[in-house]
Design a protein around this ligand. Structure first.
Ligand SMILES: NC(=O)c1ccc[n+]([C@@H]2O[C@H](COP(=O)([O-])OP(=O)(O)OC[C@H]3O[C@@H](n4cnc5c(N)ncnc54)[C@H](OP(=O)(O)O)[C@@H]3O)[C@@H](O)[C@H]2O)c1
Length: 305
């Protein structure tokens, strides 16, 4: 049994990638502070992990991070427990599917910005300050493959994830003289409740998500965090798409993402169908990405971009 005297605070620990991260931290001997809205579920997880890994402290904080004071309240509760947070994982997040101009709900989108951006910034401000003062700590921020590509039909969500990546990279640079590291995890579509909650069921991206295991995504994030890496794109196909985003024009990438976010036609469901525009675009992006990736890896010459 591994034990560390370290504590990881994980938002969004009740489900999906955040829950998988909680299991990995527990397995590695971390005490835990688990944050989400569903307190019953968090308490179940806390009991399981405490017993399975013989952890000294597993604390649950039920909080709705779309509320303006929520981040400060989480910080105050942690102070009240007398816990030092060594690792902060900003995982909690949600999306909203539809055409921005005519379909999506503005209140939900403003709540998404509050959760994915404002609370993440607020929590980072409070905990990073302490980490820099003690010259020790790690932060993992949940970005996304859409941090580096426009995301039609989830325009607000995509923009929040672009913010998370930019914010992470800037803070990382500011902290480079310290022992504090900040890492961004960029998953592609992953098999969690995310698509259902966003109203994006049945889209091509949702179908793609079925083959991406959240446990694998979480492990990639944990490994990158422990190595102090700047960012990690989870999954080979996503790595190729990410590499392609360096060389392909934004209009192409927007169209690619739009196709992935659409629901396939009846014909496309039929067997032996002719390759769709979406699969052609994805194939082109993957090939371009693979070529660029190989070039970057093996060429000794400076890149032209
Ligand atoms: N799944 C994907 O395809 C994918 C791809 C790239 C990035 N991501 C990112 O990965 C992160 C985790 O998503 P997931 O796929 O694991 O989704 P998920 O299964 O829906 O889990 C989301 C987590 O966030 C918590 N959460 C949601 N709203 C909250 C709120 N208002 N206050 C506090 N906690 C809240 C949920 O807990 P409660 O409901 O109990 O509050 C849950 O624990 C998100 O930031 C997401 O943007 C996901």
């Amino acid at each position: 049994m591994k034990t560390t005297q370290q504590t990881a605070l994980i938002t969004g620990a009740s489900n999906g990638i955040g829950y998988e991260l909680a299991k990995i931290f527990a397995k590695n001997g971390y005490n835990l502070v688990l944050v989400a809205r569903n307190t019953d579920r968090l308490n179940e997880i806390a009991t399981d992990l405490r017993n399975q890994y013989n952890l000294e402290h597993v604390v649950v904080i039920g909080k709705d991070l779309t509320q303006p004071n929520a981040a400060q309240e989480v910080y105050n509760e942690v102070q009240g427990f007398g816990v030092d947070v060594n690792v902060l994982v900003n995982d909690a997040g949600m999306g909203e599917y539809g055409v921005f101009a005519t379909e999506t709900d503005l209140d939900k989108e403003l709540a998404i910005i509050q959760l994915n951006v404002v609370s993440l910034v607020h929590l980072t401000k409070l905990f990073l300050k302490d980490m820099v003062l003690s010259n020790e700590g790690k932060i993992l921020n949940l970005a996304s493959i859409v941090s580096i590509m426009p995301n039609p039909y989830m325009a607000v969500y995509g923009a929040t994830k672009a913010f998370v990546l930019s914010f992470t990279e800037a803070l990382r640079n500011e902290c480079k003289e310290t022992n504090v590291t900040i890492t961004a995890l960029l998953p592609g579509a992953t098999n969690t409740d995310f698509f259902h909650k966003a109203g994006a069921e049945g889209t091509r991206a949702h179908k793609q998500a079925q083959s991406a295991d959240p446990a694998k995504v979480a492990q990639d994030g944990f490994d990158a965090l422990m190595k102090g890496k700047d960012k990690v794109v989870s999954g080979l196909m996503n790595k190729s798409q990410a590499a392609a985003s360096n060389v392909l024009p934004d209009t192409f990438l927007s169209q690619l993402m739009r196709k992935l976010m659409e629901r396939p036609s009846e014909d496309e469901h039929a067997e032996n169908h002719v390759p769709s525009t979406a699969s052609t675009l994805v194939s082109l992006a993957v090939i371009a990405g693979a070529i660029f990736w190989g070039y970057k890896k093996y060429s000794k010459r400076a890149l032209p971009i």
